[in-house]
Design a binder for this molecule. Structure first.
Ligand code: PMP
Length: 363
């Protein structure tokens, strides 16, 4: 009956909208080929691993980490060609950055707007902060509906707009002209989320010159460092200064700082793996397209969105799981994603395992 007393307390004091939320679900992938989370399938070459272990072995963790991670930022400036005119804010993943930006702009009647379907954390963080959220549906083939976007921006006057380019989970780009029109129409801050920048030619960093209401967000997760949790926010010092006030001290731990610094010094390894994954993306696209009963969407990211025959997505998802392969079920996440599944591009071996399993399932 302590349980009952606790539940009574919880019900009384935890915000009712929080009580209704579900925590972000992460399925158990033990023993499965993991094609659900846009990770890079490749680990490090042995030589690199040993050198890294050596660095780690000479690192002390009795002290707090450097509060500003200057070595990581210097490495990022070099690798991503970030000019000195812009400041950088690091987050424990870009998830944390989304939260910090939203916190800086949150308040009564403040709205976050984003096209939908897109990355779910934009909506979830709006909910955490009790902000209004407006999702503007993409067209049926996942293009940006510019007229509706502009009308909604005009009506809702959002404090914050998120544009993921390439978009997750659709994998596409929406076109520079449309993006510019939105940034120009937005009264508040626009964040261009370039989580998948490594897999596309598109690069919006230079646009910071053009707009006073733009920030660029990136991450090291998708290129092969998902375990580090390192998100990168780039923009004018005045914006970064304000968002930085909300960052908890020491949010980038010593091991992440050390490993990121090391990895950025050897970034050609990740660039090569990334280039290979872009080639493998075309191969997988063709292989999936050749299967009966699947529509495959073109992608500029390290995953492919597919649509099954009506009602088949959960069946195929489960059959793949039974065959030892985990992909992402999107059916039910958004009306536009009916019968959709998302599949990570992986190594040749894992891609063929997937295609073979699908051949068996689809007949
Ligand atoms: N933005 C987009 C568009 C994403 O797809 C993801 C990862 N799913 C993130 C941000 C978050 O990445 P991380 O927190 O690993 O940096």
């Amino acid at each position: 009956d302590l349980r009952d007393l606790v539940d009574t307390q919880v019900q009384r004091w935890v915000r009712t909208d929080i009580q209704k939320l579900a925590a972000y679900p992460v399925p158990d992938a033990t023993g499965l080929i993991k094609l659900d989370a846009m990770e890079n399938p490749y680990t490090w070459p042995d030589a690199l691993r040993h050198e890294w272990a050596d660095w780690l072995g000479r690192t002390d963790v009795n002290r707090y980490p450097h509060p500003d991670a200057p070595k990581v930022k210097a490495g990022l400036r070099e690798v991503m060609n970030i000019g000195e005119e812009w400041d950088i804010l690091l987050g424990n993943g870009s998830d944390e950055l989304i939260q910090l930006i939203a916190m800086a702009l949150a308040g009564t009647g403040r709205t976050i707007l984003a096209p939908e379907p897109s990355f779910v954390m934009y909506r979830m963080i709006a909910q955490y902060l009790d902000m209004d959220y407006v999702g503007v549906p993409l067209t049926a083939n996942f293009e940006l509906d510019l007229e509706t976007m502009l009308a909604k921006i005009e009506r809702e006057q959002p404090a914050l707009v998120f544009l993921a380019q390439p978009n997750n989970p659709t994998g596409n780009l929406w076109g520079d002209e449309k993006l510019r029109r939105i940034i120009e129409a937005a009264p508040g801050l626009v964040v261009l989320d370039e989580a998948y920048t490594a897999f596309t030619q598109a690069d919006y960093l230079g646009w910071l010159e053009d707009y006073p209401n733009l920030l660029i967000m990136r991450t090291l997760s998708k290129v092969g460092l998902a375990g580090l949790r390192l998100g990168i926010l780039i923009g004018h010092p005045s914006w970064i200064e304000q968002v930085n006030k909300l960052r908890l001290p020491y949010n980038i731990n010593s091991l992440t700082q050390l490993t990121a610094t090391f990895a950025l010094e050897h970034f050609e390894v990740f660039e090569q793996q990334t280039r290979e994954l872009v080639t493998l993306r075309s191969d997988l696209y063709q292989a999936l397209k050749a299967l009966p009963g699947l529509t495959v969407f073109e992608s500029e990211a390290n995953f492919l969105l597919v649509r099954t025959e009506p009602g088949q997505a959960p069946v195929i998802h489960q059959a793949l799981k039974d065959a030892g392969i985990l992909i992402k079920k999107l059916d039910g996440a958004h009306p536009l994603l009916a019968d959709c599944l998302r599949i990570n591009v992986s190594s040749p071996e894992e891609n063929s395992a997937l295609v073979q399993a699908l051949q068996g399932i689809l007949g």
